[in-house]
Design a protein around this ligand. Sequence first.
Ligand code: NAP
Ligand code: 8YV
Length: 321
Amino acid sequence: MTSKPDVLAVAKLHPFYLQALQTIYTVHDRTHTEDPNAFATLAPRIVGVAGTGEASVPRSLLSQLPNAKVVSVFGVGYDGVDVAAAIEHGIPVTHTPDVLTDDVADLAMGLVLSVGRTIPQADQFVRAGQWPKGPMTLARKVSGARLGIVGLGRIGKAIAQRASGFGMTIAYTARSEKADSGFQFFPTAQALAAHVDFLVVITPGGAGTKHLINAEVLKALGSRGFLINVARGSVVDEQALIEALQNGTIAGAGLDVFANEPHVPETLWAMHNVVLTPHMASATTETRQAMADLAFTNMQAGISGQALRTPVPECMAMSQK
Ligand code: NAP
Ligand code: 8YV
């Protein structure tokens, strides 16, 4: 009996992706960090690397994999992968764009409604038996409010589409102006923040966006403004955000992503003007299945030398190893 080709999982994989891989590959679960001695022997046999949107695939790991043919990320973000090093080693990187766009946009709007209309707080209010003692404090109207989107890409546009249904006025910032969008462009996050009630962050993570949302941006958003982050924890200066929430510099925040996941600063747990979710924007059964199918298809294509379904933009032109 011939043995199955070896694949390295660099993060805990979702069962849909893991089980698909296990049908035709032997999956080594984080052996590079769990058992470095065993990995020294295993590394030359690895033909594919499986990761998640948050997974780290550094140059040092890629240089130990002479026979790897693909890095297949279960997620659209791939900021943990050293793509330049992967290209140098002739290993294309793939991701899962589009299939999760609707879900992430849905959660972004869910957080806008949650922080504006204080839905989680209202749920707690009823459960704690507070209602008979008097009404809740008034919330913030969402319909017709001004929404700023930091990153008008696939997901940013889907958020804009949903917000349009709420009669919101939409403006955005991105690296370049999208003249055909019909929305007002601001060249910086700070200028955009000064103009809106809800600021939704949906850029990639990584060096190019690190702390794009800093103390100045939060000050510009102002004491009636809300921040929503569904991008990456690294995009927001978390300490500056905590201070802005404590001081009333901004009104509140809805956060799906954090600087040091899965650890969320305990200061945030206690804040009444914050809604926290555990990096779950794409976490529906339907979407996770679609992501697993696409990530598996990319893995198979990479290992068998076929055209990749969804390489990351930097790897579009790469020939197979
Ligand atoms: P995309 O289509 O590539 O869009 C990214 C947008 O960000 C583009 O409009 C881009 O501007 C903009 N951008 C990049 N760098 C910027 C900068 N320095 N300043 C301002 N704007 C910048 O990607 P997508 O599919 O919408 O996904 C976006 C990100 O969402 C992912 O990379 C991931 O980090 C995050 N995400 C999170 C979850 C979650 O579970 N919370 C799920 C999925 C995705 P240009 O158009 O001008 O290049
Ligand atoms: C996933 C994500 O939660 O696509 C992304 O960039 O952050 C999310 O969809 C993640 O990739 C799975 O761990």
